[in-house]
Ligand binder design. Structure first.
Ligand SMILES: Nc1nc2c(ncn2[C@@H]2O[C@H](COP(=O)(O)OP(=O)(O)OP(=O)(O)O)[C@@H](O)[C@H]2O)c(=O)[nH]1
Ligand SMILES: [Mg+2]
Length: 221
């Protein structure tokens, strides 16, 4: 039987064709709506069930920014009363961070300070925003001012994963900022990583030129 190697279903061709790859992480207490926001953005759906995230969930998404195709890894994990902080690998090489709190639970807003502190220990310079979720439950909250993050110049969004308010806008802006950061890192280590990645890409391009040559000579295919 002839194997059809060209159509391996698990391969997400778009990911391999993308010009850039970025990693975006989500932080915030348990049940603030991190997973629901991602579901809303990526699947355009919202199932109001109570399941908590127990392990890491990685959502892959492809977006077009300008004339570039960007592959995005969204990292979602349980916000942790349970563990208090995230494993360092969660922050590793992240290009942007979305910090979420629940407008109905004040403690989740207060805890942003410790999430932010931990984020900056690992990623001192990446773009970050503050997201006030569940505004559908109490529209009046949008008249209140939430000052956390103002001093640091973090953008602020009122959103609702339940009805979709501002969700696409917030994610699109964060994807752009992640890409900007990746292309112009302000952190020295990131600059080094970017240089290495460019070097790697150049090598790959050279190899694929060679592949093209091989493909023309049947004995090498
Ligand atoms: N009213 C309302 N409820 C929401 C909204 N977003 C999430 N919820 C509810 O809040 C609960 C928690 O949502 P999740 O997305 O699971 O929260 P999480 O931050 O991922 O929680 P962990 O995985 O435990 O860290 C669920 O019952 C959701 O239905 C929203 O925009 N409005
Ligand atoms: Mg979750």
């Amino acid at each position: 039987m002839a194997g059809d190697v060209g159509s391996i279903p698990e391969l997400d061709q778009k990911k391999y064709d993308s010009d850039e790859q970025v990693k975006i992480i989500c932080l915030g207490d348990s049940a603030v709506g991190k997973s629901k926001l991602m579901e809303r953005f990526l699947m355009d759906e919202y199932r109001p069930q109570q399941l908590s995230t127990y392990a890491l969930t990685l959502y892959k998404h492809t977006a077009t920014v300008g004339n570039k195709t960007v592959a995005i890894d969204f990292w979602d994990t349980a916000g942790q009363e349970r563990f208090q902080s995230m494993h360092p690998s969660y922050y590793h090489k992240a290009h942007a961070c979305i910090m979420v709190f629940d407008v109905q639970r004040k403690i989740t807003y207060k805890n942003l300070a410790s999430w932010y502190k931990e984020l900056r220990e690992y990623r001192p310079e990446i773009p970050c925003c503050v997201v006030a979720n569940k505004i559908d439950a109490d529209l009046k909250v949008t008249q209140r001012s939430f000052s956390f993050g103002k001093k640091q110049g973090l953008p602020f969004y009122f959103v609702s994963a339940a009805d979709g308010t501002n969700v696409v806008k917030m994610f699109r802006e964060m994807i752009k900022r992640a890409l900007d950061y990746k292309q112009n890192p302000s952190d020295f280590m990131d600059e080094v990583m970017q240089e290495l990645e460019n070097f790697d890409l150049e090598k790959k391009e050279n190899n694929s030129d060679e592949d093209g040559l091989k493909a023309q000579s049947p004995e090498l295919v």
